[in-house]
Design a protein around this ligand. Structure first.
Ligand SMILES: CCCCCCCCCCCCC[C@@H](O)CC(=O)SCCNC(=O)CCNC(=O)[C@H](O)C(C)(C)COP(=O)(O)OP(=O)(O)OC[C@H]1O[C@@H](n2cnc3c(N)ncnc32)[C@H](O)[C@@H]1OP(=O)(O)O
Length: 288
């Protein structure tokens, strides 16, 4: 819990976290935090009010941090429980579908509503980083969440002929196992009762699941290319009154290419986190 209070005290500090870097160092819950330091400096500079006002400002700031800490903790606990439950429902639905039908055909259609709801809800993860209640880098969370949103809405939802591809099952399974593990890890951590197995799973499963998920995503986009080229969907052709053109086919190609620099960043970030959390290594990041 203290960890979250500290993160909350850092306020928007998380947004300053560097790409693929470790979370920003939490600020201590003391008057040395920037907000308090600024408040004290200004009261000294203008020469007005003495120690009383300074003390009340300090109390107010401490109270605000505590409130944000508790609120953030309650909210994150609710959020993580809801997300664990959502992805568990998805896992059960997928297993049941496969056991009843014996094929993956029609699987996506049967689970799409739940998937869209919970994956879209994950946009809040970017908000959590932006407002500083979790210390994850905004860029790391942003790339992770936006690539998922893109896959769900602009690829699998929009391009119906690819919904029965095996590659869809590949990323669905990778995402589902990952998210059940990840959100239960956060939940148990917040409750200060983290079973070692969950911690181990969180920092080991990704070694296989990340490449599997990425392969599923790339193969699915690849399978969509002929349909997108043939139909010209989401594309804007010239001439038009705005004089702009956009070709979704090339956009997909560029997106696929962007996995080459971006995915290793996420993967190595997770490997660094793994060394830190499971092996207690202190990782010193070089400033760019
Ligand atoms: C518009 C088109 C865009 C196209 C972009 C195309 C390029 C895409 C390239 C990227 C491809 C990604 C593909 C991906 O979708 C494939 C898969 O996901 S496959 C399945 C396997 N995946 C994974 O294993 C990924 C798992 N993902 C994550 O773990 C996170 O998303 C990530 C942000 C990457 C991890 O971040 P980080 O290591 O910094 O760790 P945490 O966020 O877990 O933790 C940092 C600290 O914050 C605390 N925290 C974070 N969130 C919460 C929360 N919800 N509740 C409570 N606490 C939270 C956490 O406990 C840590 O605290 P501490 O450091 O004190 O332990």
């Amino acid at each position: 819990m203290g960890r979250l209070t500290e993160a909350a005290a850092a306020g928007g500090g998380a947004s300053a976290a560097r790409w693929a870097g470790s979370p920003p160092a939490p600020l201590p819950l003391s008057s040395t935090s920037p907000g308090c330091a600024a408040a004290m400096a200004s009261s000294e500079e203008d020469g007005t009010n003495g120690g009383a006002s300074e003390a009340s400002e300090e109390r107010e700031a401490v109270g605000k941090r505590r409130r944000l800490g508790l609120l953030a903790t309650v909210w994150l606990t609710f959020y993580n429980i809801a997300m664990t439950a959502g992805w568990l429902v998805l896992a059960i639905a997928m297993v049941r579908f496969y056991m009843e039908k014996g094929t993956h055909k029609g699987l996506y259609k049967s689970i799409q509503k739940t998937l869209k709801f919970f994956q879209t809800f994950a946009l809040l993860e970017i908000v959590h980083c932006l407002i500083g209640i979790v210390p994850t880098s905004v860029l790391v969370a942003g790339v992770q969440v936006s690539s998922r949103i893109f896959m769900v809405w602009l690829v699998t939802h929009s391009i119906k002929p690819i919904q029965n591809e095996e590659s869809v099952v590949l990323f669905l399974v990778a995402w589902t196992v990952t998210e059940i593990t990840r959100y239960s890890f956060y939940t148990f951590s917040l409750l200060d009762h983290l079973p070692y197995f969950i911690k181990w799973a969180r920092y080991n499963f990704f070694i296989i699941l990340y490449p599997v998920g990425v392969a599923g995503e790339l193969l699915t986009i690849y399978a969509a290319l002929p349909y997108v080229k043939k139909t010209g969907m989401f594309s804007i052709r010239l001439p038009n009154k705005y004089n702009v053109s956009f070709d979704y086919y090339y956009f997909l190609l560029i997106t696929m290419a962007s996995y080459i620099p971006l995915f290793p960043q996420l993967y190595f970030h997770m490997l660094r986190q793994r060394r830190k959390v499971l092996h207690g290594e202190v990782i010193v990041e070089k400033d760019d």
